[in-house]
Design a binder for this molecule. Sequence first.
Ligand code: GDP
Ligand code: IMO
Ligand code: MG
Length: 426
Amino acid sequence: MMNCCVVGLQWGDEGKGKVVDILAAKSDVVVRYGGGANAGHSVVIGDEKFALHLLPSGSIRPGTACVIGNGVVVDPAVLLEEIAMLSERNISLEGRLFISENAHVVLDYHKLEDRLREESLGKDKIGTTVRGIGPCYADKIGRSYAVRMADFRDLAALKAKLEKIVEYKNKIFGALYSAPPIKVDDIFPNCRQYAEKLGSFIIDTTHYLHDAIAKKKSILFEGAQGSLLDLDHGTFPFVTSSNASSLGMAPGCGVPAQMVERFIGVVKAYTTRVGAGPFPSELDNEIGQYIRDKGHEYGTTTGRPRRCGWFDAVVANYSITIGGINEIAMMHLDTLAGLKELKICRAYKIGDTETTFFPSDAVRLSQAKCIYETLPGWDDDLSAVENFNDLPKNAQRYVAAVEEFIKRPLTMIGVGPKRTQTIVRK
Ligand code: GDP
Ligand code: IMO
Ligand code: MG
């Protein structure tokens, strides 16, 4: 298989985990390049469900090498839990997991800082996952008080660094939030354990990936979050703290985009969002609740109910354009069954102006009114459909309408959460 990047085109939770798991069958290496344990990627195989936060979704395939690139912020406690969870199910990562020495480390004080900041913001909070993502990336950008995976190689130096960090953080936490002081003695013993248990996985992953490319191995790059949560191109400030679109791939693992032939964008047949921020096609009504119930739209990481809305072609086209996306995987077509009418947002009206180009500015976006195309729905259950031609005519019509709006082929169509419930058209 060619090198391929899978990325969410909406606000996350599009079904990337499932798509990556399917494509991983034909890949030698699967790479996570951004985000951290804020991600929740579900893979369902038969009756077994796997929820992964840091390990690439390809890790469930025993023959696949798994890379956690330099762009990821690694919470070692979560990673160790995940490795143990797979080990309990007889899936070993020994010899096939590689963590970048340059990846930054999320420690407990990052999660504390995330929580303290969100609490202090009150009604203006972002609605983060409180996984310490923003504070860890902020330390990375700030450089002087950051911890990287390579630091686990020299515990004496790490302890000295933590002393400096704790002094610095305590000044900030005390002044801004009147929080009780954090202590090196509460942090360092955990780090010693992380070093012991994860040390053998830490390597120069950029070197590893370029060796693999030279050997003509096929590499699958797994995006986390979604393009509209991208720090630079998403709905700032209601975004995550990394480049969650496909643009984050190259800096997040050191492989340039021209080495990737397929950029697959994942969407749902509708749209969801977790956390705060504008959402033009949101259905804050009984249709939204119907989709939430039928699609089990509750967060994989935090369990929060996801906000639901119609498919928004303005959103998808923007993410396709900035991300260089050439094909689309659309999940959850089955979830729309039972609705009399379906709508697709084809343009926005902002004031007196109509536009099909997504305004990422949160103020303008919050003024956008959707202009919809209405299509007839269907009642039939899709969960056992294996071929496109066996879909009800109105479901085929819906897929054709989406393709028409976004001018890209829908090469995978999801009709249920299981690995096998996917119509592959390529
Ligand atoms: P990710 O973050 O993009 O990997 O997506 P999540 O795993 O957070 O959320 C997607 C949810 O939808 C998971 O519970 C999946 O098991 C489920 N899912 C994926 N594809 C389909 C589909 O085609 N139909 C249905 N009904 N569920 C799906
Ligand atoms: P996957 O990979 C959906 C959202 C949070 C919040 C904002 C910032 O499963 O698609 P953060 O904790 O990153 O600082 O939170 O981003 N968010 C996600 N929403 N899916 C995700 O990941 C998300 N990761 C972060 O809800 O609105
Ligand atoms: Mg998710």
